[in-house]
Design a protein around this ligand. Structure first.
Ligand code: FES
Ligand SMILES: [Fe+2]
Length: 391
């Protein structure tokens, strides 16, 4: 898992004006809420007083949990603004100056495509990777389904690797054509893997046979007339865009923007764009269909071992059809070399002592000191990752 990328936190429609939401991402808790202007804000969830959770519990308190745009800690009522500063400490009197050290980390937050994104890291604005772009969002020829949220019980890198794997479709998704495989001729066709259009990832495009159709040959391989083009671009460690051209000019573009909850849970925010069957009445059936396909992947991916992707490709037997997976891992290595990867083994071991509270470093840490929470341990580079030991 990496700091310094934009992560989806909650759907806009799920973030009300007076209820703070608890979100777990990168192994840590965050509180997301709306300020007086209705803008979404994201803070580290740990109150610097004595460790209360700023986001909860909602049901117990009768007192409002957002006051004057501040989130109120349910334990002793300290009030934190969207900038992370503590504005009021009731025990010393409302309006009394609060200690500077009472601050919590505040993360840049934007809302796009029906999703609240937070930048979980400390890079200054100019150096930050951008939020993923949903290019068709404002194009009237395209229709977006409302964001579908899928909770899956596995590590996010396993999920991304599945999305860039052209060899699993025939086997995991029966409707994608295993029955049509001709054992004499079937193989995953050659495809190129190049750098992605949006930067921060790779892209491949692949042509494969649609189910149950027979036809001509293409480069010596059986190629039914209704061949389908499909391809995927990755974006950062946690997002990908799959394009499926079901017939000439008729396309789905599917954005999977993933929230790595911890090392065995992921929440996927799925934005499905299409330029055909654009009438709203098709939204429901398309959602239902996507859920069936997702469930087929979930069943396979819930059973992979080890939990996380291996550090070395020599720990698996990789084939040409895995070349997009290799390219994605090469991009991860670049993020490792920027020093953005969380040292998960060390974090897990120290966190489990139950004596230390951690936070993802926020940009504010670059301009001021004296922070109460310890920042998550990070790995310096790929080399350090290879030598990091579970302790
Ligand atoms: S722990 Fe939050 S106000 Fe005391
Ligand atoms: Fe799949």
């Amino acid at each position: 898992m990496y700091i310094n990328f934009w992560y989806p936190m909650v759907r806009s429609e799920d973030l009300g004006p007076d209820k703070p939401e608890k979100v777990k991402c990168l192994g840590l808790n965050f509180v997301v809420f709306r300020d007086v202007d209705g803008n979404a804000r994201t803070l580290s969830d740990t109150c610097t007083h004595r460790g209360g959770s700023l986001s909860g519990p909602w049901e117990l308190g009768e007192r409002p949990r957002i006051v004057n745009g501040c989130v109120v800690c349910p334990y002793h009522g300290w009030e934190f603004g969207g900038d992370g500063e503590c504005k009021n400490i009731p025990s010393i009197g409302y309006g009394t100056k609060t200690p500077a050290r009472a601050k919590v980390d505040s993360y840049p937050t934007v809302e796009k495509y029906g999703i609240v994104f937070a930048f979980l890291g400390d890079l200054p604005e100019k150096e930050r990777p951008p939020v993923i772009e949903v290019k068709e969002w404002d194009d009237p020829k395209w229709r977006a389904n409302t964001v579908l949220v899928l909770d899956v019980p596995y590590y996010y890198e396993r999920s991304i690797e599945n999305g860039i794997d052209p060899a699993h479709n025939e086997f995991v998704h029966p409707t994608h054509g295993h029955s049509a495989i001709n054992r004499e001729t079937y193989k995953v066709r050659d495809h190129d893997v190049i750098d992605g259009e949006q930067g921060w990832g790779m892209v491949f495009k692949h042509r494969y046979a649609a189910p149950g159709l027979k036809g001509e040959t293409w480069k010596g391989v059986e190629a039914p007339p209704a061949d389908i083009f499909a391809g995927t671009e990755t974006f950062g460690p946690n997002a990908m865009i799959t394009e499926i051209e079901v017939a000439p000019g008729l396309k789905f573009r599917q954005y999977f923007i993933e929230q790595p909850v911890d090392d065995n849970r992921t929440r996927i925010f799925f934005v499905n764009m299409r330029n055909f069957m654009t009438e709203p009445k098709n939204d429901g059936p398309i959602h239902a269909r996507n859920k069936v396909i997702a469930q087929q992947d979930i069943e396979i991916l819930s059973d992979l071992y080890p939990l996380r992707t291996p550090i070395s490709n020599t720990k698996e037997v990789l084939m040409p059809a895995d070349k997009a997976v290799v390219a994605y891992r090469d991009w991860l290595a670049k993020f490792d070399d920027k020093g953005w990867r969380i040292d998960w083994n060390q974090f897990k071991a120290r966190n489990s002592t139950g004596e230390i509270a951690f936070a993802i470093p926020s940009p504010g840490r670059r301009s001021s000191g004296n922070w109460v929470l310890e920042t998550v341990p990070l790995l310096k580079n790929r080399e350090a990752r290879a030598h990091a030991k579970a302790s």
